[in-house]
Design a protein around this ligand. Sequence first.
Ligand code: ASP
Length: 401
Amino acid sequence: MKLHTKIFIGLAGGIVAGAILGPLTKSIAPIGTLFLNLIRMIIIPLVFSSLVVGAANIGDIRSLGRIGGKTLMFYLATTAFAVIIGLLLAHFISPGQGLSIDVGAAQVTAAEPPSAASVILGLVPTNPFQAMIEGNMLQIIVVALFLGLGITMVGKQAQLVFDFFNAFAEVMYKLTGVIMELAPYGVFALIAPVVASYGLGVVLPLFKVILAVYLGCILHWLIVYSPLVRGLGKMSPWQFFRDVSPAMIYAFSTCSSSGTLPISMESARKLGVPNQISSFVLPLGATVNMDGTALYQGVCALFIAQVYGIGLGFGQQLMIVLTATLASIGTAGVPGAGLIMLSMVLTSVGLPLEGIALIAGIDRILDMIRTTTNITGDLVGAVIIAESEAQRLTESPSLPG
Ligand code: ASP
């Protein structure tokens, strides 16, 4: 049986077991955590080594700049589109209409938008090892890019360093493959306790919010990703979704884009995306590209406005598109991060932060689909950038030489 079929069975089995066995499934939670830890263990060495090799292979700063620019443009555009889908659906479904929920005296403080200067300064670590210890993905990307460029500039003499990272990256891919064999069990153990802890009482009052976010994400896959994969990626969407399904299911069960990275990279290899591209586009995407999160923030902002009876004009909704796009970039790829960044979106249009408490109870359920969408968007980016660079990649010599 194919691995992705097994993982899907793990997911479906976990959902059924969680629903039937309820709290009993809590006892298998450590198996899920163990699997999660195994994946987390290899994220940083995997990303670092493959990005050094990727950057060294791309070669010059101009190509890196071109690929980086294209990637960011693509990510920004799809994210803004996602918020628009979220807003439209929230209008259509009106999840907050007629709802009056006692929010209580929730203490929520707004997340401050970081200044442009601090974002740029934050990209360059003063101590690369600290960046790795803290798992600061953007800083790790910067260090790896510099190292890769340095290898290229030195040329022949740096062959040893290049070979080392090349071999190291191969070892990491191998280990990812080994750990992935455990994925069906890991996914089962991760999802069952989550299903068990959400009763109908928690889900029903906010069912329409869940519906809007799930429907929105699936629409985004169908009307944005599929045509892009076909049109710009020159690939059948069917093949795309089949090959990325392990990563999607894993993201769905763990709610972490960063945690899914090794599996996304494996999926990209299956899709035939060259390593130079995926090792750059995917870690960047896992950190900054969050279409699902942005869509969710759009839905939630409108939902909260509806609950509190606050009308939002066109200008304010445009503001939501802008801030949700930015907030999603600033959202870390870990569970629940999007909920915290939602406060930034609410503040920008003067919506009550207490509304966050309404969402908090079901946030995990929303997190599952938005994280799935987040990593799918990254993989769409990888396929498209790879296609657009295909010509140049075959022309450029392998480095160092
Ligand atoms: N959990 C999401 C992710 O890792 C972020 C979020 O909470 O929206 O992509």
